[in-house]
Design a protein around this ligand. Structure first.
Ligand SMILES: Cc1cc2nc3c(=O)[nH]c(=O)nc-3n(C[C@H](O)[C@H](O)[C@H](O)COP(=O)(O)OP(=O)(O)OC[C@H]3O[C@@H](n4cnc5c(N)ncnc54)[C@H](O)[C@@H]3O)c2cc1C
Length: 329
């Protein structure tokens, strides 16, 4: 019997459980079936007064066990404190697999846990499966996104980080008779080496906006200049969406790195993604190909973006977008 799949359950600075936790639990429930229904477990580092707030969400999301550690200082993320607590907790839980969201926090924490436990970590996975021998097969892009590599880990726990939006949360509640288990860890000799002075709210809201947007109007090199991106903004505003960008558009200074979509940017899955002047390189499409509907606007009828589009418009975005705006007025 497998020792189970543990999911690090990040609490955001706004005190909610990060959505990636429920995307991972939905995937873990599927993986657990291939491991003789191994338990799906959560690790929660939480302020004492908040644990009860989260219980229902875990009970509805397929978790068999929730291990939690309480400390007043867990209100704001700190690398040293969280790593110290998480390492001790994971040693006690002793899972077979540990999954962590590839968020800023998860990317910071995961390598510290894997190093301390002398195990392997596959970062930024886009696919997870269980092989016939019960091993975790973690797939991620490699060689600049030209190839997909499936990586196995020799030691336990087998660790992987997965970006938000790669997996979908369950459509319906997955009800479980969840057991909540309080763990004790020793933080008595903890001395903070860093101090958080402030969170930049502007930065946080821009990122969240792209993550949660139902409609994204994205631009690439073909949008050419600031006027091109202003057109995208007008279309996004009209549709109630937000603007995204290819890496080239970011490198040209047309867009902020926070709104880059793709392998080295964000993974998004909106209801509608309109790619304007974007060729459709694999490193871009890996971050948006799960969008429910994709529209491509490109002057080149052979552009690869048209291979993954639901609807394609061959033509100049500087002519097409003003016409769309007229129709929508
Ligand atoms: C390790 C690595 C990581 C990377 N990560 C990312 C990533 O996260 N995200 C990302 O986007 N890229 C990433 N890239 C870069 C990626 O390989 C491509 O170079 C990039 O996506 C291309 O951007 P683009 O589509 O804007 O530009 P181009 O490929 O130059 O395409 C521009 C398109 O605009 C069209 N066009 C021109 N004028 C018009 C017009 N007036 N109207 C309509 N269409 C027009 C052209 O026909 C062309 O298809 C990465 C590359 C590497 C090596």
């Amino acid at each position: 019997m497998s020792k189970g799949i543990l999911i690090y359950s990040e609490i955001t600075s706004a005190d909610y459980v990060h959505t990636v936790v429920f995307e991972l639990s939905n995937k873990a429930v599927e993986l657990a079936q291939k491991l003789d229904n191994a338990p799906v477990m959560a690790l929660l580092l939480v302020k004492p007064d908040l644990i009860n707030e989260y219980k229902e969400a875990f009970q509805k999301s397929g978790f068999d066990k929730v291990f939690y550690v309480v400390d007043e200082r867990f209100g704001a993320y700190s690398t040293d404190l969280f790593a110290k607590a998480a390492i001790q907790a994971v040693k006690q839980i002793d899972p077979e697999i540990m999954l962590i969201g590839a968020t800023c926090q998860g990317r910071d924490l995961a390598p510290r846990i894997s190093t301390a436990l002398h195990t392997g970590l596959t970062a930024d996975c886009t696919g997870l499966d269980i092989l016939e021998n019960g091993k975790l097969a973690a797939t991620r892009p490699t060689f600049g996104g030209q190839l997909m590599a499936t990586i196995l880990c020799k030691n336990l726990p087998q660790m992987a980080t997965v970006r938000p939006k790669v997996f979908k949360p369950a459509k319906e509640d997955i009800l479980r008779d969840t057991t909540f288990i309080k763990l004790s860890v020793d933080l008595s000799d903890y001395e903070p080496k860093t101090e958080i002075l402030e969170f930049s709210k502007k930065f946080v809201s821009e990122i969240n906006n792209l993550d949660s947007a139902d409609i994204i109007v994205a631009g690439g090199r073909g949008m050419k200049n600031a006027e091109g991106f202003e057109l995208l903004k007008r279309l996004a505003d009209k549709l109630g969406g937000t603007v995204g960008a290819s890496r080239v558009a970011v490198e040209m200074g047309l867009a902020s790195p926070d709104i880059q979509v793709g392998q080295t940017g964000k993974t998004v899955n909106p209801k509608l993604y309109i790619a304007c002047g974007i060729s459709g390189a694999l490193q871009h499409t890996i971050g948006m190909k799960n969008s429910a509907k994709i529209i491509g606007i490109n002057t080149d009828k052979n552009a690869p973006i048209f291979d993954i589009c639901d609807y394609g418009m061959v033509g100049d975005a500087f002519e097409i977008i003003p016409k769309l705006l007229e129709v929508l007025d």
